[in-house]
Design a protein around this ligand. Structure first.
Ligand SMILES: [Zn+2]
Length: 289
């Protein structure tokens, strides 16, 4: 493991053990921000441990499979170690890394999929937490290299929508990590061909929710197919209402440009109608801008 400068967490731990008086000069503001950073990091570790256990309880991970990470501050992230069941994680097991993959603290080896997480964080500043696993129904689709059809339930459309399918590469390699790059801006959920699924969100808990939502959708779709009746799709106009809501909330969706086109078409139509009504008057008003 590479020896690096003392991390904020380690510094605050040191302060906690020996008392701040022994570390002059440290300003009051520095002490306060260090304590706050340490509390944040510790709570993030607890959240990662809790989500790991949830993944295991839901049978989304087996053996030592799956990994979880979250941004811990400027230029750092916490990630799960390799070779441990997500059921058995403890906060002390969580590794602190920089965005180049250098491990700053932690007693265990970091996950072999850290490169995948790093590429997502570097490419998309909105990604604050990532969960990757091999949940059975999602992985079944990954084995086929296809995603389930969209437009079948409103909750799924609002949470996820179209899922990208990244091409196969050998797990753990830089080439594998880069397979998600074409999709990571518009898709919070990406199927990894012949492998599993990866989701990013604003928190670890929310990234796990995406995994759950996608897994449940894949499962329900397969059940619906067995009913023997044609699938009933939500009309496009109603999907557009969901997209408009997602846009207002600041959520990404690969179909968002469709809403923009509809909005600009409606705007152009309104403008043409207005110009037909007021004619030269509108031109005069614009000239005052
Ligand atoms: Zn994996």
């Amino acid at each position: 493991m590479q020896q690096m400068e003392e991390s904020p967490t380690e510094r605050v731990r040191e302060l906690a053990q020996t008392g701040p008086e022994a570390h002059h000069p440290v300003t009051k503001a520095e002490k306060h921000s260090s304590w706050a950073a340490a509390i944040f990091v510790e709570s993030l570790k607890d959240e990662i441990v809790g989500v790991g256990r949830k993944l295991w309880e839901r049978q989304y991970v087996d053996g030592n499979g799956g990994n979880i990470s979250a941004r811990a501050g400027s230029g750092t992230l916490l990630c799960t170690p390799t070779m441990i069941s997500k059921r058995d994680l403890e906060p002390a097991d969580i590794c602190l890394s920089d965005l180049e993959g250098n491990i700053l603290s932690g007693n265990r080896l970091r996950t072999s999929e850290l490169l995948l997480h790093l590429e997502i964080y570097k490419a998309n500043p909105r990604a604050l937490a990532i969960v990757h696993c091999h949940s059975p129904y999602a992985t079944a689709f990954a084995m086929t290299g296809t995603a389930p059809p969209i437009g079948l339930t409103a909750e799924y459309e609002a949470s996820i929508g179209p899922v990208a399918v990244a091409p196969y590469e050998t797990p753990g390699t830089q080439a594998f990590a880069e397979t998600v790059l074409p999709f990571v801006q518009d898709h919070n959920t990406i199927l990894l061909s012949n492998h599993g699924v990866v989701c990013w969100a604003d928190t670890v808990t929310h990234a796990e929710w995406l995994v759950e939502t996608f897994e449940n959708y894949c499962k329900t779709f397969l059940i619906a197919q067995q009913i023997g009746r044609p699938l009933s799709f939500i009309p496009d106009g109603k999907i557009d209402e969901i997209l408009a809501l997602k846009r207002r909330l600041g959520y990404q969706d690969a179909r968002m440009s469709r809403i923009s086109e509809i909005a600009s078409q409606a705007e152009a139509k309104q403008r043409a109608e207005l110009e037909g009504l007021v004619g030269p008057g509108l031109t005069r008003l614009e000239a005052l801008d």
